[in-house]
Design a protein around this ligand. Structure first.
Ligand SMILES: Cc1cc2nc3c(=O)[nH]c(=O)nc-3n(C[C@H](O)[C@H](O)[C@H](O)COP(=O)(O)OP(=O)(O)OC[C@H]3O[C@@H](n4cnc5c(N)ncnc54)[C@H](O)[C@@H]3O)c2cc1C
Length: 443
C-alpha cells in the first residue's frame, strides 16, 4: 500500500481542483484527481466569465488554442444595466485594450472548458515521472476522508481506499468533506449562499454576432440589477460562440423570505423589454441551477488547512462580488495553485502537518485573492443594501425617462428632474447622501 500512496489526492475536478492538479503534475508530484462526474466539469454550472491572467499562467497551452479554443469568446465589452419594470439604463464600455492574450476575461461553458482542463492535467501527468502512477479518476464519488491519529491521510470511495500525504478539498460549495473535518461550519447560514439559475440559448452564429455586434472571437458580458423584484441578487447575460448564457443569482435567505419563485423571476427577467428581443431567433437548449457563495468574507473559514488537508475554491467560500461581476472561477484557480505550491514545499520538508500547510493560507493572504476579498468587503456590504435591488434602479430609470422625454411640455432642468424623481421615490435625501458616502468609501 505504501507504494500506492499518492503525494496528494485532489477531491473535485472543477476549476480549483484541475488548477491544483496541473501545478502538482507539472512539478512531478504523484497525484490522484477524483471527480464524481462523468468527466471533469460535467456537473458544473457557471454564468460564466473567467477573469484575469491566472488560467493563462497555470495552463499556458491556452495560448496555442486560439483557432479552436476551449473557451467561448474573449470579453472586450462590459455592460452594467439598471432595470426597472419597464425600462433599463446601461453603462457600456468596450475597449480594444482587452483584445490581447491573456484576455481580461473569457466566457466559458464549464462542461466543455473543465473537460479541457482535465485533459491538460492528463497531459502533464504523462510527461511526469509518475505517468503510470498518477491518475485522473472520473465517476468516483469520495464519500469520506481517512483520518489516522488526527491527520487526514487519504480518501474512501465505495469499497476503495486511497492513501496520500495530503488531500486538497476542491469539492465546491456543497462542502460535505470539508465540513466533516471541521474546516467549514457544519451548517452554512442561508445568508452566505445564493442560488444561480442559468439558461443557455443557442443561435445561428451569424445571427448571434449581428444581434450583439460581435466581430470574430469578441464577446460581451452584461450584468443587471433591479431585475429581481427587490430580492438580493442580479442577472447576467454572456455571449458564447453560438449561444448566450442568461440567468439570475438570488440570495437564498431573501428568496426564502419572499413569495417569489425562481422560475417566475427568471420568466419576468426574460420578458423584460431589454431582454425579450434578444431571445428572438434563439432556442433554449440547457437549463441548470447551482448554489454559489455570495462573497461574504465571514463565510471563509478562519483556517483553511489542517493536518494533511487544505480547502480551496468555493468549498472555502472564495468568491468576490463587487457588484459589476462575480469572480469565483479565477479565485478558485488561484487558490488551487497556492495550495499546490504549499504542498510542493511541504513535500520537500517531508512535513504535511498543520504547521507546515499553514503556508497555503499565508500564500493566499499575500495573493490577490484575499487582498481583493478584504479590500472589497465594504463594497460587498454596500451593494447588499436592500435598496440597491429595486429602489435605486427604479430611481435611475425614472430620472433617465425624464432626461430623454419629449412630451410637448416645457423641458425640465436636470436638477428639477432629480428632485421630482427623489420626491416620488421611497428614498430620502439622507438615504442618497449616506449611499453616496458609503459608495465612495467602499468601491
Ligand atoms: C449561476 C452562476 C454563475 C456564475 N458566474 C460566474 C462568473 O461569471 N464568473 C466567475 O468567475 N464565477 C462565476 N460563478 C462562480 C463559479 O462558478 C465558482 O466560484 C467556481 O465554479 C468554483 O470552482 P470550484 O472548482 O471551487 O468548484 P466547482 O466548480 O463547483 O467544482 C467542484 C467539483 O467537485 C466535484 N465534487 C464535489 N464533491 C465531490 C466528491 N465528494 N467526490 C468527487 N468529486 C466531487 C464536483 O462534481 C465538481 O466538479 C458562478 C456561479 C453560478 C452558480
Amino acid at each position: 500500500m505504501e507504494d500506492e500512496k499518492f503525494d496528494c489526492i485532489i477531491v473535485g475536478g472543477g476549476v480549483a481542483g484541475c488548477a491544483a492538479a496541473k501545478v502538482l503534475a507539472d512539478n512531478n508530484m504523484k497525484i490522484l484527481l477524483v471527480e464524481k462526474g462523468e468527466w471533469t466539469g460535467s456537473k458544473n454550472v457557471s454564468g460564466g466569465v473567467l477573469y484575469g491572467p491566472t488560467p493563462w499562467e497555470i495552463f499556458p497551452e491556452l495560448k496555442n488554442t486560439l483557432e479552436n479554443p476551449p473557451f467561448e469568446r474573449f470579453i472586450n465589452r462590459r455592460r452594467l444595466s439598471f432595470m426597472s419594470d419597464d425600462s433599463s439604463f446601461s453603462i457600456d464600455y468596450k475597449s480594444q485594450k482587452y483584445d490581447n492574450v491573456p484576455y481580461n476575461g473569457v466566457s466559458v461553458l464549464r462542461s466543455k472548458f473543465d473537460r479541457w482542463l482535465g485533459e491538460q492535467v492528463e497531459e502533464s501527468i504523462a510527461k511526469s515521472d509518475f505517468a503510470e502512477d498518477s491518475f485522473v479518476a472520473t465517476e468516483v464519488m469520495v464519500e469520506e476522508l481517512i483520518i489516522k491519529d488526527g491527520k487526514v491521510c487519504g480518501i474512501r470511495a465505495g469499497e476503495d481506499e486511497f492513501e496520500s500525504d495530503c488531500v486538497i478539498l476542491a469539492e465546491g460549495v456543497n462542502s460535505l468533506l470539508t465540513r466533516s473535518i471541521g474546516l467549514q461550519k457544519e451548517i452554512v447560514d442561508a445568508k452566505y449562499v445564493a442560488t444561480g439559475i442559468k439558461e443557455v440559448w443557442q443561435y445561428d452564429q451569424d445571427l448571434l454576432e449581428a444581434k450583439f455586434q460581435l466581430d470574430g472571437l469578441e464577446g460581451v458580458s452584461n450584468e443587471f440589477v433591479g431585475c429581481t423584484k427587490g430580492i438580493e441578487g442580479g442577472g447576467f447575460l454572456y455571449t458564447n460562440k453560438d449561444s448566450i448564457s442568461l440567468g439570475l443569482v438570488l440570495g437564498i435567505k431573501d428568496l426564502r423570505d419572499s413569495n417569489e419563485t425562481v422560475y417566475d423571476l427568471l420568466d419576468s427577467f426574460k420578458d423584460h423589454t431589454s431582454i425579450k428581443p434578444l431571445l428572438k431567433g434563439g432556442k433554449m437548449v440547457e437549463y441548470s441551477a447551482h448554489v454559489v457563495p455570495v462573497g461574504d468574507i465571514d463565510m471563509i473559514p478562519k483556517q483553511l488547512y489542517t493536518d494533511g488537508a487544505v480547502v480551496v475554491g468555493d468549498a472555502a467560500g472564495l468568491v468576490l462580488n463587487t457588484g459589476k461581476s462575480i469572480e469565483g472561477m479565477n479565485l478558485a484557480m488561484e487558490s488551487g495553485r497556492q495550495a499546490a505550491l504549499a504542498i510542493i514545499e511541504a513535500k520537500k520538508k517531508r512535513d504535511f502537518s498543520k504547521a507546515s500547510l499553514k503556508s497555503y493560507q499565508d500564500r493566499l493572504s499575500e495573493s490577490y485573492v484575499m487582498k481583493d476579498l478584504r479590500n472589497f468587503q465594504g463594497a460587498f456590504h454596500f451593494i447588499h443594501n436592500p435598496d440597491m435591488f429595486k429602489k435605486y434602479p427604479d430611481l435611475v430609470n425614472s430620472i433617465m425617462n425624464d432626461v430623454f422625454l419629449v412630451d410637448g411640455q416645457e423641458k425640465k432642468k436636470t436638477r428639477d428632474i432629480i428632485k421630482k424623481a427623489v420626491d416620488e421615490s421611497d428614498l430620502s435625501y439622507w438615504d442618497l447622501m449616506k449611499t453616496s458616502i458609503q459608495g465612495g468609501l467602499s468601491l
